[in-house]
Design a protein around this ligand. Structure first.
Ligand code: RIB
Ligand code: CA
Length: 321
């Protein structure tokens, strides 16, 4: 585990985003420099509110600024919320206390550019929603690719089906033009797509391990996790017959902190922005022909059990003990 990671999380909070935020804030050896929000699972207003609530629940012991970002995709209308998967409020209809903090005056794109300049080459951006904010940041600063250490994004599907359409994953499908900009930008991208996240199914037995380790310090957070995951288990059972919930967004955070959890293949990934049936597909050239470039390190295998163990140990405060 890299002990000196500095990350910005870009989220559309969302059940799995909430889990990713808690996992990042409770992980040792990482400083979350800020969290930027985007419309996706819920409106950007709701995502920002949820994010502030989840940060306060985590009680990380340091200040985490929140910058509100895009309220819609670059060139399309926002299609949401996704209430059947995330609940009416995005966090499984759980009511958390009204947050004491408010977002920055600065927008997400400006925040990303400023932090990239301040932390030149040290900053990793972990995007677990639509890529709209990162595309906007690239439009504001064309030098961004050389200033960031890495972009780890949860999105796409290469050798497996999509989840919003037969071929498209939600985060790419939700703003394919932004995803196209990001994949063509020259940013150092690690793609954590459905090829690996669908292997990280968190089940009731895992949740039992979390709740069994509830104590005075972590009680409110573990109760929240229990509620949102119960909501998610029911939602997935109804819509996909899946027994459990893939940890899409937490896996992206985990890969940013510990790349050894996955195996990667360098690929040339192009984003379909037009297709009637395939809009939002991430098309990788798998023919085995000589390519003149690649643009992403695509995660193709994951040590799912090791990741889930880490997820549980971080959230129960047992990490490294
Ligand atoms: O496809 C899964 C992704 O879509 C997750 O990031 C989820 O939160 C939604 O944004
Ligand atoms: Ca998300």
């Amino acid at each position: 585990m890299d002990k000196n990671k500095r990350i910005i999380l870009d989220v559309d909070t969302g059940i799995d985003d909430a889990l990713a935020i808690l996992f990042a804030l409770k992980s040792k050896g990482v400083k979350v420099e800020g969290i930027t929000t985007v419309a996706g699972n819920v409106s950007v207003e709701q995502a920002t509110f949820n994010t502030l609530q989840v940060i306060e629940l985590a009680d990380a012991g340091y200040d985490i600024p929140v910058a509100k970002g895009a309220d819609k995709p670059l060139f399309r209308d926002w299609q949401g919320p996704v209430a059947h998967i995330h609940g009416e409020n995005g966090i499984g209809n759980v009511t958390l206390p009204i947050p004491l903090k408010i977002p920055l005056d600065e927008g997400a794109g400006d925040f990303i550019v400023r932090k990239a300049n301040e932390l030149e080459k040290e900053l990793t951006i972990v995007c677990v929603g639509r890529l709209t904010n990162l595309a906007i940041a690239l439009a504001k600063d064309a030098e961004l690719p050389s200033k960031l250490k890495e972009v780890v994004l949860m999105g796409g599907a290469v050798r497996v089906p999509g989840n919003v359409s037969p071929v498209s994953e939600a985060n790419i499908w939700g703003d394919p033009e932004a995803a196209h900009v990001v994949f063509e930008s020259g940013l150092p991208i690690t793609m954590v797509g459905l090829d690996v996240t669908m292997k990280t199914v968190f089940k009731q037995a895992h949740l039992n391990l979390l709740t069994a380790n509830m104590n005075e310090t972590n009680k409110e957070m573990i109760k929240f996790i229990d509620h949102i995951l119960q909501f998610r288990f029911n939602a997935y059972q109804k819509s996909t017959k899946l027994n459990g919930s893939p940890l899409h967004d937490p896996l992206a955070v985990a890969v940013a902190l510990d790349p050894d959890l996955v195996e990667i293949e360098p690929m040339l990934v192009k984003v379909e922005t037009k297709g009637k049936l395939s809009s939002g597909a991430t098309v990788a050239d798998l023919r085995g022909v000589q390519l003149d470039r690649t643009n992403a390190s695509v995660c193709v295998r994951v040590q799912a059990n090791r990741f889930i163990e880490r997820f549980i140990s971080v959230l129960t405060g047992e990490e490294g003990r």
